[in-house]
Design a protein around this ligand. Structure first.
Ligand code: BG6
Ligand code: MG
Length: 215
């Protein structure tokens, strides 16, 4: 099946917000007397806010009210940091590929677990480059479930077999496969090695080269 749409994850694919998520969670962890390292943060890539908190708490029991307050607090720290982002925070190669897809008539969507996806897209000034934006506000299960990718396939009007997912997270590649889609993984093989094709980043690669591989 020929690829007719690229479904891009946002955090870690088009921009490196994982560092900002880390700083937000780290601040919360320090306030709560929990040890939280950059290495711990790797497991939070691509997973929902709620699941991230569960991982951060490392088994510590909290009430629902406390959990909600902690997520709010971390999100406040995160939003503060996102407010300083500019188009210069696009990862190398990202804008070039988005432009190329538009030029050659490939549909493209954002598929993100984040409830802040629009905020980030606005800071990067790329919101108008997509045929659809499916984010963590959708009434659907988060990655690694396939739901968000299935919604995106419908939104861009391209069957799942003709959608290519671009992901930096293990949970994202799992979600792509659960949806019946193929994936380009960005990052180390021990994280995204299940993807059909793995690159370090989008830099020095073209959409056409990716299409040649998959088609
Ligand atoms: C994903 C990030 O895109 O969104 C995760 O990779 C994050 O690290 C998740 O936890 C949820 O984000 P938010 O902005 O809704 O808290
Ligand atoms: Mg990601």
């Amino acid at each position: 099946m020929r690829i007719k749409a690229f479904l891009f994850d946002l955090d870690g694919v088009l921009t490196d917000t994982s560092e900002l998520h880390f700083l937000g969670w780290k601040r919360l962890a320090e306030e709560e007397g929990i040890n939280f390292t950059r290495e711990d943060n790797e497991a939070l890539r691509g997973v929902s806010r709620r699941e991230s908190l569960n991982l951060l708490l490392k088994g510590r029991q909290v009430t629902e009210e406390q959990a909600l307050e902690m997520m709010e607090r971390k999100n406040g720290y995160y939003i503060e940091l996102v407010g300083q982002m500019t188009p210069a925070d696009l990862l190398p190669g990202a804008l070039k590929m988005l432009d190329e897809n538009r030029r050659i008539g490939i549909k493209q969507a954002i598929v993100s677990s984040s409830k802040n996806a629009w905020l980030v897209l606005d800071r990067l000034q790329i919101g108008d480059m997509f045929d659809a934006v499916i984010d963590g506000n959708a009434p659907a299960r988060s990655k690694p479930y396939p739901d968000l990718f299935l919604l995106a396939s419908k939104a861009v009007g391209v069957p799942v077999k003709e959608c290519l997912v671009v992901e930096d997270a293990e949970a994202g590649v799992q979600a792509a496969h659960a949806a019946g889609m193929r994936a380009l993984g960005l990052g180390p093989v021990d994280r995204v090695g299940a993807a059909e094709l793995v690159y370090d980043s989008l830099q020095r690669h073209t959409a056409q080269e990716i299409l040649n591989f998959f088609n």
